[in-house]
Design a protein. Structure first.
Length: 151
């Protein structure tokens, strides 16, 4: 699991508003994929080269800078990637890094709802909910995501 930090009060400033606008514009299905990725980068998401991000993908609007996407990743339509979460044990919100490795495929309508590392070449099935780290070169699917097989 990644290092996480307690969220005291989210920063409400012009930079955060600008990032949110860019991320909302990037969701549009009318934009070509390259322009969509540019909007997400301006919004603060760290995206490497040669990625495909489908339409209607949502990134965390509070801490998009904690999301890192490796080279040659495919994130299909309707996915949600959050870098903040609620811990039910102590009833507090936390923020943590979401790191998606090189060559990862994330199926349609997948939710990434915790601070996780997804290893290089992993495949996540459509409709999965990822709440723990996924090793490199494995297929995971389900709610919550479970190991299916090694590639």
């Amino acid at each position: 699991m990644n290092d996480t930090s307690l969220i005291e009060k989210p920063p409400y400033n012009l930079k955060r508003i600008w990032r949110k606008v860019c991320i909302v514009v990037g969701k549009s299905s009318l934009l070509p994929p390259r322009l969509r990725i540019s909007c997400y980068k301006i919004g603060g998401v760290n995206i490497k080269d040669s990625c495909f991000i489908g339409s209607n993908v949502e990134f965390d609007g509070i801490y998009p800078n904690l999301i890192e996407i490796g080279k040659e990743c495919v994130i299909t339509s309707g996915c949600v990637i959050l870098s903040h979460f609620f811990n039910t044990n102590d009833r507090k919100f936390y923020a943590g890094r979401v790191v998606i490795g090189k060559g990862v495929f994330i199926g349609m309508n997948t939710l990434i709802v915790n601070a996780v590392n997804i290893g290089d070449g992993a495949v996540i099935g459509a409709g999965s909910i990822v709440n723990r780290d996924i090793p490199a070169g494995e297929i995971w699917a389900g709610n919550p995501a479970r190991f299916i097989k090694k590639l």
